[in-house]
Design a protein around this ligand. Structure first.
Ligand code: FE2
Length: 250
């Protein structure tokens, strides 16, 4: 399995605080069958310059480099906060793409209503650079929960979609996560792990739950899609929009 969204690098964001905790998370990932990980610390353009972030990310990476378990592949990346207003430049976004790919993980605002400029800026970024935004944990935003049709619109625009493994077990997000999987709208699965305690990797438990629910094929499709992203191969996945009626997604 591949984990493309993690906060394992120590002392750079609200993820692992120490080198020891980072190592514990890495060991848990390997025990659960994860073979490749992308390190995606939060990047908030307002908080830190790009250069300062890259230097800090490099330091954090150096701290754990010698402790990466044998056989585990790792890459650097970032989870870039994007609001539609005063966002990082297109060049900065490209620099923050997952190492060796032209895909950048984008976190959108958790506010009730998104500014239209979120869509405009994403579209401009795609047209200008040819890079692909991956929308982080699309099932967690109030805006997408209320208007799930937005997810297919992102894909039409040229984005890919990431869903958190934990969302398949969470009562609040479970229905939406499964509907996205069923509709071909999950290109990436990731733990979004932050520590070895309350937000520890849960990949294997979730895989079992999803297989038991009858979605083994869709789970494997998402794994193949992540492989293609990391190998810079084209992604072709049929999809259809998810809709909502009351508390149900269909
Ligand atoms: Fe995250």
């Amino acid at each position: 399995m591949i984990d493309v969204h993690t906060h394992i690098l120590p002392a750079i964001d609200d993820g692992a605080k120490t080198r020891e905790d980072a190592i514990k998370i890495l060991q848990a990932e390997v025990a659960q069958g994860v073979k490749e990980i992308v390190f995606t610390p939060h990047y908030y353009g307002k908080k830190r310059s790009l250069d300062a972030f890259l230097a800090l990310r490099n330091d954090a990476w150096q701290k754990i480099q010698a402790d990466i378990p044998d056989g585990l592949q790792t890459r650097l990346g970032a989870e870039v906060h994007f609001t539609g207003v005063n966002d990082p430049s297109h060049d900065a976004l490209c620099t923050l793409a997952m190492e060796g790919t032209s895909c950048v993980l984008i976190e959108l605002p958790f506010t009730r209503k998104w500014n239209k400029s979120v869509f405009t800026h994403l579209r401009e970024f795609i047209l200008d650079t040819g890079y692909t935004p991956i929308i982080a944990h699309v099932e967690r935003y109030m805006e997408t929960q209320k208007n799930p049709e937005i997810v297919a619109k992102f894909v039409e625009m040229g984005c890919l979609i990431q869903v958190n493994t934990g969302s398949f077990l969470n009562k609040m997000t479970r229905r939406f996560a499964y509907a996205l999987l069923k509709h071909g709208l999950v290109h990436c699965l990731a733990t979004d792990t932050h520590n070895s305690d309350l937000r520890a990797p849960d990949y294997e438990n979730v895989r079992e739950a999803v297989y038991s629910a009858g979605y083994e094929k869709e789970w494997k499709q998402a794994q193949a899609c992540m492989r293609a992203i990391l190998d810079k191969k084209p992604i072709r996945q049929e999809y259809s929009p998810v809709r909502r009626f009351l508390r149900f997604y269909y």
